[in-house]
Ligand binder design. Structure first.
Ligand code: SAH
Length: 413
């Protein structure tokens, strides 16, 4: 006869959890235990490479043999991750004798505890037990996850992921939106976006992300703020601070990563100086993702052991330049230039003048990771002219170095 299980959240930090087995099931179970801070002891003659990696990193301990009942001494919980029923029954018996709850991957009817399907939404954990059917548990879990992602957490409530200091007031998150493909935002960034009351978005932010926002969210298009660049930044900072002070959850959504040529630091300082709680959620930067989308790895074993990301928005001969183009020319690794199309001829000349060979492979990736992506392959000597004749436009990254031709054959145009 089955009775209803009694749901619990366990505080496992520092407490011994024994996992019997070192195969695929154990590999899937161990990360959540480590995440909960458990003192994990694996008992198994052999480990998968993933488990061995945890061991090598000092995250767990290992008893390299088959299970013996004494292995459970001092344990609070045991997970049986083997499929030999007789051996599993031995673990169950030893667990019952010691009053230790026992999860059985091989036979849930023989278990005294069950692991639910889980989804986390900020500080909220949803755990679903499927009454013996793990698929049903996952289906229900997925449906709940979709609901949570589609809806904001109740505002002014600690469940919205706000720290105690900011429960009453608003907060700002500087969120990296990724390089263009809307799926390349992080899970955390996406959650904050779905919870936001106000979104201040850049020009380079994937439009599809904004399409999916709730109708009642205030959307501020930062590229439409009608001042010069300096005033515009001040105005953005002011909007962030004002809205947060009025109690709103504000997401400042920025293309790529907020700190890669994104003025994220200035916005962080402005919030911090105004006493507004502010966090940064890193993003996938175009400096790595746009080359990758064009089949170019920024590093490759035996080819390039470095990659340098540099802004080309200031001409090399300008007194405002902070870049040592002469030193960059002396490097042999990968050079990724952002905001470099306008000054590309001058940049190429500077690199050539300081010794980077004219036949260095070059590529230009326009609107990388989007449906509008265009890729031009060339050489350092020819790339500036090729960009003009191909009519490439910003946003684009320029990649220089042998990696350009490593995965795809050289086809200079
Ligand atoms: N913070 C952003 C970069 C902002 S500077 C990031 O981490 O990606 C803006 C420059 O980024 C553009 O001029 C262009 O050089 C580059 N860029 C941004 N998105 C791009 C994309 N999808 N494809 C190619 N280059 C891109």
């Amino acid at each position: 006869m089955s009775v209803n299980p009694y749901p619990l959240g366990l505080r496992l930090a520092g407490r011994r959890v024994v996992v019997v087995g070192g195969g695929a099931v154990a590999t899937r179970r161990v990360p959540a235990l480590l995440d909960a801070g458990a003192d994990v002891l694996l008992v198994a003659p052999e480990l998968t490479p993933a488990l061995r990696a945890h061991l090598d990193a000092g995250r767990l301990r290992w008893t390299p043999r088959r299970f013996e009942p004494d292995d459970l001494d001092g344990a609070w919980l045991v997970q049986v991750a083997i499929d030999d029923p007789a051996a599993a029954a031995t673990v169950s018996a030893a667990a019952a004798e010691r009053r230790v709850f026992c999860v059985r991957a091989d036979d849930r009817n023989a278990a005294t505890a069950w692991t639910p399907a889980v989804t986390r939404h900020g500080p909220v954990t949803v755990a679903v037990l499927g009454g013996g059917d793990p698929r049903r548990a996952m289906t229900v879990r997925d449906a709940i996850r979709e609901l949570l992602e589609a809806r904001p957490a109740p505002s002014g409530d600690a469940t919205a992921g706000r720290g105690p200091a900011s429960v009453a007031g608003g907060r700002v998150a500087l969120v990296g939106a990724g390089p263009g493909d809307p799926e390349l935002i992080t899970l955390k960034g996406w959650r904050l976006l779905t919870e936001a009351d106000v979104v201040v978005a850049d020009r380079l932010v994937p439009g599809l992300l904004l399409d999916e926002m709730r109708a009642d969210v205030e959307l501020v298009d930062a590229s439409k703020i009608p001042y010069g660049p300096a005033r515009t930044q001040e105005e953005i900072n002011r909007i962030l601070v004002d809205r947060a002070r009025a109690g709103a959850s504000v997401v400042r959504l920025k293309g790529g990563d907020p700190y890669v040529f994104g003025r994220g630091g200035e916005e962080l300082l402005a919030c911090a100086e105004a006493g507004v709680p502010v966090t940064v959620v890193p993003g996938v930067t175009s400096s790595v993702a746009a080359p990758a989308a064009a089949g170019i790895p920024v590093t490759h074993r035996g080819v390039a052991h470095e990659f340098t990301v540099v802004s080309g928005h200031v001409a090399p001969d300008s007194p405002d330049s902070l870049v040592r183009w002469d030193a960059l020319a002396a490097l042999r690794g990968t050079l990724v230039i952002l905001m470099g199309l306008k000054n590309l001829a001058a940049i190429a000349d500077a690199l050539l003048a300081h010794g980077r060979p004219a036949d260095t492979p070059a590529a230009v990736v326009q609107e990388g990771t989007t449906t509008g992506q265009r890729v031009l392959r060339s050489t350092l000597g020819a790339v500036a002219a090729d960009v003009v004749s191909a009519d490439l436009r910003p946003p684009a990254v320029v990649v220089l170095g042998e990696v350009v031709t490593t995965l795809s054959p050289a086809t200079p145009t």
